[in-house]
Design a protein around this ligand. Structure first.
Ligand code: FAQ
Length: 322
């Protein structure tokens, strides 16, 4: 990759100046190839995460404990499908082909968030996902509403509004369980124990091990580093756990008066590497379910294409007759 900072191409210099001054980049603007590729990588991984992210909760829709819970969960999972679609569209504005992106996911070549490779054995896991996974997603995505690429930034505004509803529904599930019977409180605590460390790892590797951060931050694609966002998430989540009366499963968690932040332990990065490589608890199950859903949906894609072709032919015939 040619380093854009040492660029001599005047377009590249103008681009760097525009982005440094917080200017937004639009699809038809000139952009360095490495900027385009970085965005396609991040946006497509984000889209895949939303689509695969429907599964851990989707499999609780038929088992939600009440009609109200079921309605909210169906709406949430549908929102995630919608987020995936906006994001694939945002990546398409950069010239990426949706078929190629989807094929890369189905062939196991594309990354998606590590968090969605963990199982949801109890109803409390659905509460924990809404509270913690959506909470982490919001922490990461609110700054992306100001990312330098216009279509991505605009998609994030709507996504973040919907994620806040998701976070509240998850927290409300946790609150009800935490205020319930001893068995329900235990279930909530166990779900928190399962999701805490995977959620901290959602923010990506530590800054010193994050190969893409420096370049992405210079281009204002990322507005904060992985560690900054992880710290922000810990600081805002600990008081929420205290309000629930649940304990964060980290013996090293401690308020640091001097820093004005919580100190916390080291996430299990070996486990993260394994999950990202495809060896997490549910990686195979998630990809197989996605492949099956894709195959089962083939007739819908064929019907939509046939319909579009018919409309095109009709419009052509009408314009010839006119
Ligand atoms: N899992 O150099 P960095 C959601 C990869 S959506 C898997 O730090 P970067 C909504 C990374 O891709 C959740 N892989 O990378 C929801 C890179 O690999 P590459 C998804 C990970 O891009 C809620 C390598 O490691 N959110 O939750 C992970 O600068 C509930 C080196 O890492 C987004 O995608 C990981 N956790 O920073 C849905 C937000 N972390 O490509 C359903 C947008 C890192 O070089 C239910 N994305 N890797 O081969 C971002 O902000 C960034 O891409 C990061 C990673 C922060 C995720």
């Amino acid at each position: 990759m040619k380093d854009a900072l040492t660029a001599t191409d005047p377009r590249e210099t103008a681009f760097e100046e525009h982005v440094s001054a917080d200017g937004q980049v639009e699809p038809k603007d000139w952009m360095p190839e490495a900027y385009r590729k970085t965005l396609v990588r991040q946006i497509s991984q984000h889209a895949h995460s939303e689509i695969i992210g429907m599964q851990p909760e989707g499999n609780w829709i038929t088992r939600a404990p009440s009609l109200r819970r079921k309605v909210a969960l169906i709406a949430k999972v549908q929102d995630e499908a919608g987020h995936g679609l906006y994001l694939y569209s945002a990546a398409e504005t950069l010239g990426a082909s949706r078929d190629d992106m989807v094929d890369a996911l189905l062939e196991g070549k594309a990354k998606y968030s590590s968090i969605f490779n963990y199982p949801t054995p109890t109803w409390a896991d659905i509460g924990a996902i809404g509270w913690l996974v959506d909470g982490a997603a919001i922490t990461n995505q609110v700054p992306l509403c100001r990312t330098s690429y216009g279509p991505y930034a605009r998609a994030m505004v709507r996504v973040c509004k919907e994620e806040s509803f998701h976070q509240r529904q998850g927290y409300e599930i946790m609150l009800q369980l935490a205020r319930g019977t001893d068995a329900q409180k235990k279930m909530a605590q166990e779900a928190l124990n399962r999701w805490w460390w995977p959620c901290l790892m959602m923010f990506g590797p530590p800054d010193h091990d994050s190969p893409n951060s420096a370049r992405s931050m210079a281009w204002k694609i990322k507005r904060h580093s992985n560690d900054e966002l992880r710290q922000r998430f810990v600081d805002q989540t600990v008081p929420q756990a205290e309000f629930l009366g649940l304990s964060i499963p980290d013996p090293d968690l401690k308020w640091n008066e001097e820093r004005g932040h919580y100190d916390f332990g080291t996430p299990p990065w070996d486990e993260f590497m394994e999950v990202v490589k495809g060896n997490g608890p549910c990686n195979r199950q998630r990809l197989n379910a996605r492949r099956k859903a894709h195959d089962d949906g083939a007739w819908v894609r064929e019907a939509a294409l046939a319909h579009a072709e018919k409309r095109r032919e009709r419009a052509e015939a009408a314009s010839q007759a006119a």
